[in-house]
Write a protein that binds this ligand. Sequence first.
Ligand code: SF4
Length: 355
Amino acid sequence: MKYENFSSKKLQICDFFCNFAPKMDNLYRQLYNWYAQNHRVLPWRETDDPYAIWLSEIILQQTRVAQGMDYYMRFLNRWPTVEALAAADEAEVLREWQGLGYYSRARNLHKAAKQITTFPRTFDELRALPGVGEYTAGAIASFAYNLPYPAMDGNVYRVVARLLDIDEAFDTSAGKKLFHKKIETLLDRDNPRLFNSAIMEFGALYCTPVLGDACASCPLQNMCMGYAHGTAEVLPVRKPRPKVRDRWFTYTIYTDGVHTLIQRRENPKDIWYHLYEFPCEESNELTNEGVNELMVSLTHVLSHQKLHARFIVRRIQKMPDIAGTIVIRWEDLNDYALSRLTLRALDTLRLIPQN
Ligand code: SF4
């Protein structure tokens, strides 16, 4: 059976749902078959511990599985329960998170752990936790409790956009609402855990952003409207990206061979809140005027900002008294959570800590 029932591209949900019951069974059968044969064994998919699932979902936002795995294992080993995480210092949590980026995730994780007395069991209770949005609440509700909520990550948006040929931008509030309605019609209410796992994995491994010749042998091909209409390759649609903002930072790395100076970023609305860095001045450009010390220049790209940074090394006898900074021993630098940019500079200037 092909697409005869889909006479209009702009398919109404009711039309779709009313005519689709047999196709739904087929969709589930094909999807679950594919999943059984192809899914990766991921520790957070082998457990129904809501704490472990929540941890994995927060870590994996904007993070690849290969990178997130290491962090997940380290967090779980160090803080095996939500109570243990709640008892940690925020600085320790940020230090363990170092290198993952998007540090508000770690702060919210820790804040939520402190709020939790009994782990939430309903979607609404989960959604009320700091840092937990629709997606994460749906993921925990379905993976931990098998509750019938969709878990729409980027992979699922892509698969749904292609299966139903939706050309509305999925990352606007109207688009999210539309996709949410559509996935509600697709969700396998008898087995939401399996459905969410399978469709996410299918998007991650098979129906990927660049399709190549995947469609030719796709198990869902005969029910994919994007394939039928020749639009799959250009879906999903995103809203235009915001303009990237340029910023210029000059860091000074003071060293007397044993000590250095660092400061904590204190603006909750700016990047890297509560992370440590060398004393920094922000300006409208970088000039080389007056700079003849050892230095390294780096460009660092964040989601909406491009940072032009310069790290100047000043070798001195006595640490200067600079407001907001603390003097630490080089050997203790690892105890502080540092931004990836600072880590890159330290890596480039790798002899400095041994001076
Ligand atoms: S036919 Fe192509 S676009 Fe459609 S679900 Fe399969 S891989 Fe994705």
